[in-house]
Design a protein around this ligand. Sequence first.
Ligand code: NAI
Length: 328
Amino acid sequence: TRTPVNVTVTGAAGQIGYALLFRIASGQLLGADVPVRLRLLEIPQGLKAAEGTAMELDDCAFPLLRGIDITDDPDTGFDGANVALLVGARPRTKGMERGDLLEANGGIFKPQGKAINDHAADDIKVLVVGNPANTNALIAQAAAPDVPGERFTAMTRLDHNRALSQLAARTGVPVSEIRRLTIWGNHSATQYPDVFHAEIAGKNAAEVVDDRTWLADTFIPTVAKRGAAIIEARGASSAASAANAAIDHVHTWVNGTAEGDWTSMGIPSDGSYGVAEGLISSFPVTCKDGVYKIVQGLDINEFSRTRIDASVKELEEEREAVRALGLI
Ligand code: NAI
């Protein structure tokens, strides 16, 4: 029998945590034959609710679930972790400036990065979901100098999935017919969903759509502002779709992309496509044997270039801000 994989989830008592944990325990994160042990990391105020969720997890009698630990101590929470999903973060509250937000999140992601550095398993893979995800990932990475930098990733898969769905609706094809879509840049309003290399049933997506006005004025803003639209409609932020994207991100990283397709992940830049080295920015990637690679050689047209540059500029500003705060 296989040794269970240790999966640590922070913010386990939150909305996304509730939508995520049951799917991990049922085998959807890593595969239907991989046993898992869950570590739920919360702040003291969240422990009781996390215990309640753990009771429900027990009551599902998931055959793959080999144990649940609940803690408010990062060192314990990341001990032996093979996969870490960093979901818990400090949301922006009314009147909060960006600097305050980054500083508050630095107080979370810096110690968590250090705990990962000191206690996680050698094969640790980290996905940051908590916003601002890219820069929180950068902070955690900087606090973990002994962990290979490429193990720190940020989630843009929800944006990727949203773009797939919008493009499918517009062109009247099922999402399963669309390949090679890319989200570039930051998981923020400046992100750039790129259809110029995407294919719809084997044809170039930009040619199928053949409407740059729709791309610029409808598609891109709809994808980028979808989070706000969900809050407006649901009265609460997207949780199930965010949890679904986290499952997709890790599943693809571990189990690979389909032949001929790619996905989008926020990953440390190696300088490809003019994205400053070290920034955690979204790229088109293929995955194989637990390793991702940036898709190389794509032609970036003028329309794409200005939008990628704008999002990367925002990431550079965020990096400058956390540097000035001594967080990296
Ligand atoms: P939530 O507020 O329902 O839950 C957050 C949980 O994190 C709370 O239970 C809180 O006690 C816990 N927490 C706070 N600080 C912690 C710490 N230091 N250690 C451990 N746990 C801690 O929020 P929700 O809806 O679950 O969202 C979580 C985060 O995910 C937010 O930052 C949200 O903006 C982000 N998000 C990111 C998306 C993406 O595409 N990258 C999509 C949707 C949400």
